[in-house]
Design a protein around this ligand. Structure first.
Ligand SMILES: Cc1ncc(COP(=O)(O)O)c(C=O)c1O
Length: 372
């Protein structure tokens, strides 16, 4: 029996290697390796223009971006966030000595449920950190209304939301700050990388200081900043990656379409819908494995693995179930019924520009085995 090639939940998008060599030659000539060099500056400008945002500060990765975003706004006390995300969301709070307060998600969007936020606000609450999960926009207007009423800051973990647009343009312009990840698994990658999107030049200057140890000039340090700088190699790579991003997003849209045409015919499999975005990035393809499907969610996950198809259970376990979080009162599963159910039902199917339509059919056939 021939072993079919492995299909992973995602495969990083890489440009032709020879196209990267001229960028490396420039770095070797200039000997500028980091600290806001020419490629760093060019990538910041190019991303502002591509994403339709005013100010953007590049980072070594999204997690340091989140940690720095909290520092930039001097967030303390308690922050309301979602348990249904990658651990870095809540880890960024603990790294700042902030207490995460978990609030349940909305059953359709799987994003923080605005209707449940107010009940979690205490005198210690200073901010809300929602996540645009799978690149599906949060209910940004409802969240902003609550933030305005209670004088809270909003920092979006927008790690999944590169290029996503909602009713009023880029989803990244909402809230006080948004943080992107350019990790290898993301729609747009710089190997490792990330960025903070901020509304004004003054905030960007503060963020730029914080990501460079707090240095303002050679002899002035204004804050206990961190080393969050993106190197010239990563920035140069990002510039090259941007050339291929539209084609990559277009191929993701085609794959999403193919899944949506074929999957609903399978009893018990329900693709998670969008959340009203006007432009999606199709970063993930989450499905709900319902009780009337032939296998449990974990049974399907294993069946796919046995066939060399590596789907992922994003997000299982919930952040609130990890040992460093489960002691918080808000982490009690009784407080989080929708997130708990979603984490037991969701499976993210492979989606990446390199997948062929035959690859997608192979995945669908493997899910649809019982009708054969
Ligand atoms: C929702 C979310 N937040 C934060 C991160 C952290 O980003 P990075 O890996 O760039 O540090 C990730 C993914 O990696 C993520 O999926």
């Amino acid at each position: 029996m021939s072993i079919s090639k492995p299909i992973y939940v995602t495969e990083p998008q890489l440009p032709p290697l020879d196209e990267f060599i001229p960028y490396l030659e420039k770095i070797w000539d200039s000997k500028i390796l980091t600290n806001g060099g020419p490629f760093h500056q060019q990538l910041e400008a190019a991303l502002c223009s591509y994403l339709g945002v005013e100010h953007l500060a590049l980072f070594a990765n999204g997690t340091i971006g989140l940690i720095t975003a909290l520092q930039a706004l001097r967030i303390t006390g308690e922050v309301i966030t979602t348990p249904y995300s990658f651990v870095a969301t809540a880890h960024s709070l603990l790294w700042n000595g902030i207490k995460p307060v978990f609030v349940d998600i909305h059953p359709q969007t799987l994003n923080l449920d605005p209707a449940k936020i107010e009940a979690a606000i205490t005198p210690q609450t200073t901010a809300i950190m929602p996540v645009h999960c799978y690149g599906h926009p949060c209910d940004v207007d409802a969240i902003q209304r609550i933030a305005d009423n209670y004088n809270l800051k909003v920092i979006y973990d927008a790690a999944h939301a590169f290029g996503v647009k909602c009713h009023c343009g880029s989803v990244l312009t909402h809230g006080d700050l948004s943080v992107l990840s350019f990790h290898a698994t993301k729609v747009f990658n710089t190997f490792e990388g990330g960025a903070i999107i901020c509304p004004d030049a003054k905030t960007k200057v503060r963020i730029d200081h914080l990501k460079n140890f707090g240095f303002v000039d050679e002899t002035t340090v204004v804050a206990p900043g961190i080393n969050g700088k993106m190197s010239e190699i990563n920035a140069a790579f990002g510039l090259l990656q941007l050339k291929g991003i539209d084609a990559a997003l277009a191929r993701r849209a085609e794959i999403d379409q193919l899944y949506r045409q074929l999957l609903p015919a399978i009893r018990g499999i329900r693709p998670v819908g969008d959340a009203g975005e006007t432009t999606s990035n199709h970063a993930y393809f989450p499905i709900m494995v319902e009780a009337d499907y032939a296998l449990s969610r974990d049974g399907l996950y294993q069946r796919l693995r046995d066939n060399n198809i590596f789907a992922r259970r994003y997000f299982y376990p919930l952040i609130s179930d990890f040992p460093m979080y489960r002691g918080f009162a808000s982490a009690n599963p009784v407080n989080l019924p929708v997130a708990t159910e979603a984490s037991c039902k969701v499976l993210c199917l492979p989606i990446s520009p390199n997948l062929s339509s035959n690859d997608i059919l192979r995945i669908i056939n493997c899910i649809n085995f019982f009708d054969k």
